[in-house]
Design a protein around this ligand. Structure first.
Ligand code: ATP
Length: 304
């Protein structure tokens, strides 16, 4: 697998405080990487190191295969677009003027790409309207357009939907999916709104106290969170025969406990077990949410 970012034992200390403490993180190319952690877990610190605003105390990282200590790291960094906290735009300028300003800043000789960028983020019709009069969602989309002026292909978004109304959330979600799909842009998205993140993320990194406590693909997470039935029976080998004949997936934990995936008809299961001289003693439905999974990893609330 190709990785856009790989960090190795990355550490950032502020005096004795370990904001990043041996962080190991792998962001696959083309992924939408949900970066999940409580307040103060170290997310912004990592973003600052990636963008070159601060230096690591120890450890290193590779961006597009280039080590942070290599001279070529600035070329890799030019592929990053980042929006941290709020998008940096000029409220007294129109969307087009904001993009022209960014083009000049980057030394891009002409403005040919601007109409396409405005179209891409759904701001082609904003005309003379000043960015200061935009809705929060429009400002966020303009921020993304600004972050893409240099053809960046890694976008880091810090809490991109904070404060947005439902329509704004849908627009940002669709824009992220479109950019990921059509332009193969990799995203690292930090968010506390786990339900929303779970609609788009292909991979997750859960950070706690400056360390990645778990990295998992959306597929693996789906398996970890899927609905199941925990059953206690008198004989799990009989249960296995029954479940095989019913075509259900399961995991046998020991002689009397098992986890069944999918939704078996309980009366049918009891009847079939009875034929095998096995008794269903108890059963409990289980379904884990992303939030539950996160809390089980790091404990406490997700937005302290
Ligand atoms: P949030 O979701 O609140 O933005 P975060 O995961 O982005 O949290 P960071 O901003 O990376 O967290 O901060 C990690 C820890 O490092 C926090 O406890 C913070 O107080 C501390 N910290 C950050 N910057 C500094 C600094 N310049 N000096 C001292 N401590 C700092």
């Amino acid at each position: 697998m190709d990785y856009v970012l790989k960090t190795n034992n990355l550490c950032k200390y502020y005096r004795n405080f370990k904001a990043l403490n041996g962080l190991k993180m792998n962001v696959p190319k083309g992924s939408i990487y949900g970066f999940v952690g409580k307040n103060g877990a170290g997310k912004t610190t990592l973003i600052r190191l990636l963008c070159g605003l601060q230096m690591p105390t120890d450890g290193d990282f590779e961006l597009y295969g280039v080590k942070n200590t290599d001279k070529k790291i600035s070329e890799s960094r030019s592929r990053i677009g980042a929006i941290v906290e709020s998008p940096s735009l000029f409220p007294e300028m129109t969307a087009e003027e904001n993009l022209k300003y960014q083009y000049r800043l980057l030394g891009i000789p002409d403005y040919k790409g601007i109409p396409e960028l405005l179209e891409l983020v759904g701001l082609a019709d904003t005309g003379k309207k000043k960015a200061g009069n935009f809705s929060l969602g429009m400002r966020q989309r303009l921020g993304i357009a600004i972050a893409l002026c240099g053809n960046q292909d890694l976008l880091i978004l810090d809490e991109p939907i904070n404060g947005l109304d439902p329509q704004g959330i849908i627009e940002i979600r669709e824009l992220i999916l479109k950019l990921n799909h059509d332009r193969n842009i990799t995203f690292i998205i930090s968010s506390h709104i786990l339900d929303e993140l779970s609609r788009i993320a292909t991979h997750y990194g859960f950070i706690d106290n400056g360390r990645i406590v778990r990295e998992i693909s959306a597929k693996e997470l789906e398996n970890a969170c899927r609905k199941s039935l925990s059953v206690n029976v008198t004989d799990t080998s009989a249960l296995a025969r029954v479940l095989d004949s019913m075509g259900l997936e399961y995991i046998i934990s020991d002689d009397i406990n098992a986890e069944i995936f999918g939704r078996p008809e309980i009366s049918e299961l009891v009847f079939a077990l009875d034929k095998e001289k096995c008794r269903l003693v108890s059963c409990t439905e289980r379904e884990e949410t992303l939030e539950g999974f996160f809390i089980s990893l790091v404990g406490g609330g997700s937005n302290e």
